[in-house]
Design a binder for this molecule. Structure first.
Ligand code: UD1
Ligand code: UDP
Length: 358
């Protein structure tokens, strides 16, 4: 393949695409980077291009926020024109966000092969918007790059042809491996700025946790109990910030609310945290690599390897389970894990090798 187009739109997309762009750069291919504009705040988008040393997007479709249908449709309408003009040999899509699915549908219908990075993950929870995006993207993609063997098994079970599937490892870990030493240079400044000793790093943004007033209020109450005894630092996702502002929850809380952080700052805070409490997909993987305990506020995960091999524990939305698991960690009885196979910092090199062979 000579002419490869990449589609990104959200914070985790940038972190996954950066190493693939870099690996292909050292091979003789022409690359075009398209940003859908799904995420647009400086600290949800621009900061990642800068810190991950990514090229600026060739085109930003500027779709912004909206309902699922609005966002998906806008991406499709705007991207179709770009694909017709640029005629790439392949479109590379990342992860499980609306930008991923929308772009895949448009490309496939124009006869442009789609390569899906982070294919095969399944939570088996179809109320989760990302699960729909995963199922559709994987059914129509031509090349499927999985992060671990369970992804291959899921795809084969769904009837995807074996020859389309390549188990390459985890590109998010490629970025982590490369940038951890730089992230560490931020630590002493952050430690001083936030007066950090033993602390919990918290993130929260899944619609199932933050969109319903009753559920969000219950979760925040449980987290506030933890914050009575331990420093909890919470870089708030804009979706969650909007909800918390509407409910006026911040005012009465012990939790330290801060703006979303750049990749390097957030990685430094992860690496020194006592525990992560999160509902993020990527953070379940990063904590497994770093060996930091992770309590996931979800009933299921599309990343089961972080439980079977890593440091992840699902606590659902049960305050008692959260408190119990948190106390085990404080008592030094945290779950020990290991780094999964192929999470070695070289997944993007393996992807680039496959792409240029096509
Ligand atoms: C999206 C992805 C989710 C991913 C997350 C990563 C889908 C369906 N969801 O969720 O899988 O885990 O990104 O962070 O694709 N907003 C801003 N500024 C921004 C971006 C968003 O203020 O730069 C606010 C808007 O009010 C918007 C809301 O956040 O309506 C939600 O944004 P959206 O991109 O629709 O979904 P996320 O929750 O970010
Ligand atoms: N992250 C970040 N700054 C933050 C919070 C998260 O850089 O304030 C990084 C985190 O290290 C991981 C990625 O963003 O690499 C995860 O993105 P997110 O949780 O938004 O999406 P998900 O992985 O759930 O799709």
């Amino acid at each position: 393949m000579k002419n490869i187009m990449h589609i990104v739109g959200t914070r985790p997309n940038f972190i996954k695409a950066a190493p693939v762009l870099s690996a292909l750069n050292s091979r003789c291919v022409c690359q075009i980077l398209i940003h859908t504009g799904q995420h647009y705040d400086i600290n949800m988008s621009d900061v990642f291009f800068e810190q991950l040393n990514m090229p600026q997007p060739d085109i930003n479709l500027g779709v912004g926020s909206g309902s699922h249908a609005e966002q998906t449709a806008e991406i499709m309408i705007r991207l179709e024109k770009v694909l017709l003009e640029k005629e790439p040999d392949c479109l590379v899509v990342y992860g499980d966000v609306n930008s991923t699915m929308a772009a895949s549908i448009v490309a496939v219908k124009l006869g442009i092969p789609v390569a899906h990075v982070e294919a095969g993950l399944r939570s088996r929870d179809r109320t989760m918007p990302e699960e729909i995006n995963r199922l559709i993207t994987d059914q129509i993609a031509d090349l499927l790059f999985t992060p671990s063997k369970d992804g291959d098994d899921n795809l084969i079970h769904e009837g995807v042809a074996r020859e389309k599937i390549h188990c390459v490892g985890n590109v998010m870990i490629d970025t982590l491996v490369k940038l951890l030493p730089y992230a560490e240079t931020y630590w002493s400044h952050l430690q001083e700025k936030f007066n950090l000793h033993e602390y919990v790093l918290l993130t929260l943004h899944r619609p199932s946790n933050v969109d319903e007033v009753i559920i969000l209020t219950r979760i925040m109450k449980a987290l506030d109990t933890i914050a009575q005894s331990t420093h909890v630092i919470f870089p708030i996702h804009p979706r969650t910030k909007n909800q918390l502002d509407a409910l006026n929850i911040k005012a009465s809380s012990q939790i330290e609310f801060i703006e979303p952080l750049g990749y390097l700052e957030f990685l430094a805070l992860q690496n020194h945290a006592k525990v992560l409490i999160t509902d993020s997909g990527g953070i379940q993987e990063e904590t497994t690599y770093l060996g930091i305990p992770c309590l996931t506020l979800r009933e299921n995960t599309e990343r089961p390897i972080t439980i079977t091999e890593g440091t992840n524990v699902l606590v659902g939305r049960d305050p008692q389970k959260l408190q119990k698991e948190f106390e085990l960690i404080l008592a030094g009885r945290e779950k020990k894990g290991k780094i999964p196979e192929l999470w070695d910092g070289k997944a993007s090199e393996r992807i680039a090798d496959v792409l240029i062979r096509q």
